[in-house]
Ligand binder design. Structure first.
Ligand code: FES
Length: 110
């Protein structure tokens, strides 16, 4: 167990195949809506909540490793959650995600 593992709890959310390449799914985990994206050959998880004005990000298109908010067009990095373009300036929360024994798991802070 690493120091980072001690700070999070891994939550089993779905079968490993639940998010096929090029798609995404939204899961409610501990009262938060978290979108898991399978993009560019890897899995990424971010909170499904635009930091500009609270819109769902998962309704927006994905280009490479960026999701575009469907409401006003802010772009966020799927890997880091960083806000890349106005009108959003604050990052969305990103979460570690991994496959563990054929299950999709998301790490949430303790
Ligand atoms: S609500 Fe997402 S850019 Fe405004």
């Amino acid at each position: 167990m690493t120091a980072n593992d001690a700070a999070i709890t891994w939550i089993d959310v779905a079968p490993a195949t639940d998010v096929p390449p090029g798609e995404h799914r939204v899961y409610e985990i501990n009262g938060r809506f978290i979108a898991v994206y399978h993009a560019a050959g890897a899995l990424y998880a971010i909170e499904d909540l635009c930091t500009h004005d609270g819109n769902s990000l998962s309704d927006g298109p994905v280009e490479g490793l960026e999701v575009i908010c469907p409401r006003h067009g802010a772009r966020f990095c799927l890997r880091t959650g960083q806000a890349l373009t106005p009108p959003a300036y604050e990052p969305v929360t990103s979460f570690p995600v991994k496959i563990n024994s054929d299950r999709l798991t998301v790490g949430v802070p303790n």
